[in-house]
Design a protein around this ligand. Structure first.
Ligand SMILES: [Zn+2]
Length: 384
């Protein structure tokens, strides 16, 4: 069923639904992020050249620093799309000697686990497992979903992912243990929820510049904002006091590889955010996936975030409380970045978006939720 852009219940520029709790809309039906976003031509040719030059220098430095060491860098992999793309580029394109660090979460689909084994074998990359407890992860996720069902507060749906934040600490730990001087990350600017990276900063610049975005001072102020928000949450949700350490660890210590804590603790290890300099393209990603024989896990409608069944479960919870999904945000960011048109995003929403019942059910099996929990009705894809 196709609907005209003005009547489809979404921002007329991007595809953020009008039901999204975090968005406001002006009289023309444009969401606040699009209204304040820099124009699509934001990335000038000069900037592209500048990034390419910065990337070249970084890769050179990584190789230089890797001399007489067992590895040039450590890369975290999940069996999902973007970490596969990253490891492929680093080994095949730049000939870096990578060490792959992997955490198989309770929510990693079997196919993604197989993807990890196949990928590291084909790229001839040694693989180490992170020391994170699946059992603790499952237990925390379960408790958080129970709290979500009682309160309908999205903070609990997010807190279920707290154990995955330790991944950032583990990657540095593994780098140190293996004497690697660099860790390379594969996040990219189109992934931010709610389009945070497209909002103009006070000086009117976009936040695309990796050097400023990940700077120590920026991260310090971010940390203070998170601490303030955390305090507000504790006042609103007393049940969270029990999880104070979990919140602190997940948000202050290990939220990203750029937290002041990680920078200070592992001051001799450098971080490269590869796709912020190299540019992330869908075509490049698909090509890499094909080359290494990556397979889409059962029940996934899109390769994005296919590596985590809880991500699908969270979208299912979010659709009710937040009125939008991460996939809406991804497509909207791609539109703002000039990567796809709004028409294409709408077409993709019809086939790829929504809640994937098989994945939600797989997550529910793992969560092993108590009887009688009040959860949203799970509609199948046909009913969408
Ligand atoms: Zn918009």
């Amino acid at each position: 069923m196709s609907v005209s852009p003005n009547q489809d219940g979404r921002c007329t520029h991007c595809v953020i639904p009008r039901t999204a709790a975090h968005a406001t809309f002006n009289d023309d039906g444009v969401c606040d992020v699009c209204a304040s976003a820099p124009p699509q031509s934001n990335m000038s040719e000069d900037k592209v050249r500048e990034n390419a030059e910065a990337l070249r220098k970084n890769i050179e430095r990584i190789k230089e620093d890797g001399k007489n060491r067992p590895y040039d860098c450590v890369v975290g992999i999940s069996g999902g799309r973007d970490s596969t793309y990253l490891l492929h580029e680093l080994t095949r394109k730049h000939n870096l000697r990578c060490l792959a660090a992997y955490y198989r979460t309770p929510f990693t689909p079997e196919k993604c686990h197989q993807n990890v084994l196949r990928l590291t074998e084909r790229l001839n990359t040694p693989l180490v497992n992170m020391n994170i407890s699946q059992e603790v992860h499952q237990k925390i996720a379960r408790e958080m979903v129970v709290l979500w069902a009682k309160t309908r507060k999205s903070v609990y749906a997010n807190m279920a992912c707290a154990e995955c934040k330790i991944v950032n600490g583990e990657i540095f730990h593994i780098a140190k243990k293996n004497k690697a001087k660099w860790v390379v990350y594969g996040s990219n600017a189109v992934e931010s929820f709610g389009g945070a990276s497209w909002r103009r900063t006070s000086d009117g610049q976009s936040e695309g510049a990796a050097d400023r975005r990940f700077s120590f001072s920026r991260q310090m102020s971010r940390m203070l904002k998170i601490a303030q928000k955390g305090t507000e949450l504790l006042v609103l949700s007393p049940a969270l006091w029990k999880y104070l350490w979990l919140m602190f660890r997940g948000s202050i210590l290990y939220l990203s590889p750029d937290t002041p804590y990680l920078k200070l603790r592992y001051h001799s290890i450098h971080v490269l955010h590869y796709f912020y300099l190299a540019g992330w393209t869908e075509a490049g990603c698909e090509n890499a996936l094909k080359e290494v024989g990556w397979e889409l896990p059962y029940g996934s409608g899109t390769s994005w975030r296919a590596d985590c069944n809880y991500a699908a479960f969270k979208d299912y919870l979010f659709q009710e409380t937040v009125g939008t999904t991460y996939y809406d945000s991804l497509l909207s960011n791609m539109i703002r970045n000039g990567m796809i048109t709004r028409e294409e995003a709408m077409r993709r929403l019809e086939v790829e978006a929504g809640v994937f019942p098989e994945k939600v059910k797989a997550a529910m099996d793992i969560l092993d939720l108590p009887e009688g929990l009040s959860l949203p009705t799970l509609s199948t894809n046909d009913e969408r």
